[in-house]
Design a protein around this ligand. Structure first.
Ligand code: UT7
Length: 332
């Protein structure tokens, strides 16, 4: 019998209906479709409108659809991990709220915060529970309502982000498929370039913090870009080397969608032709923990059993990583 691994046996994603186009943004701040397309590659992003709706509502839709698509009863789920940096509230965990909304009652659940690398870190965490042999069905969901922390009067950040959720089901396999390897890194020194200034324990919310717009994303874009473009490409190349993978062995690069130029640099570093790189940033922007499952979901019908995928991300923290996956099923 082969080694016990965690295989992705189902994928689903959900995006809200409202499309915030570059055209609409150019009426809100001093920007243009041309600038955003040239520098970032985003055409539109989805926004969750409506009072009282949060990341759990995005996650609920993704998980509900995943359960129905895979014919899984909520009672069968052992564990739910939600990667998010926009939790519904400080506590309880958004994973708990999603579980309650979809009727998952025999599981434990928790959140994991690693910004744009959150889905990859959560995926491997879920996989480790499966590999332990104690857990049979784990849901990993990436859900971020980025519009809740975006300042729509700041042209340097507001074109970048969108709202979405994506979820995968992990199950054990002894076949040569599933999550094969991963490399992760964090560097807290990067926090100065990308963070939210107030609302945490270091600077709780006050009238002053609200007036100063300190509850929104603060990003020094150029600095983050320099770290992202090098580290995401390096860590994707590193996992290839460690597993003796050549460019021709790889079916798909599944990159975090923050900037088309970072994605292109990663693909080039790996020696991959553009047609092997999953890209949907133009339609959704940077949805933080949701970008990678959103890509997998859109490309699912093209994936075949045994396909070699390299998942790669870079984000706030800094955090970055790559995961080597052998896809576990043919298109249904
Ligand atoms: O996923 C989490 C990790 N985050 C990332 O990976 C993001 C990494 N960073 C980036 O993707 C890029 O740095 C940005 C897309 C955020 C910005 O692109 P850039 O090419 O680094 O632009 P810049 O910040 O160097 O700005 C260039 C110019 C500036 O004008 P001046 O000083 O040259 O006159 C900006 O003021 O572009 C200006 N600018 C804009 N112009 C029109 C900045 N934002 C805009 C805008 N529309 N929205």
């Amino acid at each position: 019998m082969g080694k016990l691994r965690a295989a992705i046996t189902g994928i689903n994603a959900w995006v809200p209906e409202y499309r915030l186009t570059n055209h609409e943004l150019s009426r809100m701040v001093d920007t243009s479709d041309e600038w955003i397309m040239q520098r970032v590659g985003i055409k539109e992003r989805r926004i969750l409108k409506g009072d009282g709706l949060g990341s759990s509502d995005l996650g609920e839709q993704a998980v509900r659809g995943l359960l129905s698509k895979t014919g899984t009863s909520p009672d069968e789920i052992d564990l739910v991990i939600c990667a998010t940096i926009t939790p519904d509230m400080f506590f309880p965990a958004t994973a708990n709220i999603i579980s309650d909304k979809v009727g998952i009652k025999n599981a434990f659940s928790f959140d994991l915060a690693a910004a744009c690398s959150g889905f990859l870190f959560a995926l491997q965490t879920g996989a480790t529970y499966i590999e332990s042999g104690r857990y049979k069905k784990v849901i990993v969901v990436g859900a971020d309502k980025m519009s809740s922390i975006t300042d729509y009067s700041d042209r340097t950040t507001c074109p970048l982000f969108g709202d979405a959720a994506g979820a995968v089901l992990l199950e054990p396999t002894t076949e040569e498929t599933g999550i094969m390897d991963y490399i992760f890194r964090s560097d807290g020194a990067g926090r100065k370039f990308l963070h939210i200034k107030a609302g945490g324990s270091i600077r709780p919310a006050t009238h002053e913090t609200v007036d100063a717009k300190e509850h929104f994303i603060y990003q020094e874009g150029q600095s983050v870009f320099k770290f992202a473009v090098v580290n995401m490409a390096d860590i994707a190349a590193e996992i290839m080397e460690r597993n003796n993978l050549r460019a021709e062995d790889i079916a798909w690069l599944v990159p975090h969608q923050a900037n088309l130029r970072i994605i292109d640099a990663t693909g080039r570093r790996m020696g991959l032709p553009p047609e092997k790189v999953m890209i949907n940033i133009q339609n959704y922007g940077n949805t933080t923990a949701a970008t990678i499952p959103l890509c997998l979901w859109e490309y699912e019908s093209k994936l075949k059993k045994g396909d070699v995928l390299i998942l790669a991300a870079f984000g706030g923290g800094f955090t970055w990583g790559s995961v080597y996956v052998k896809w576990a099923y043919d298109p249904k």
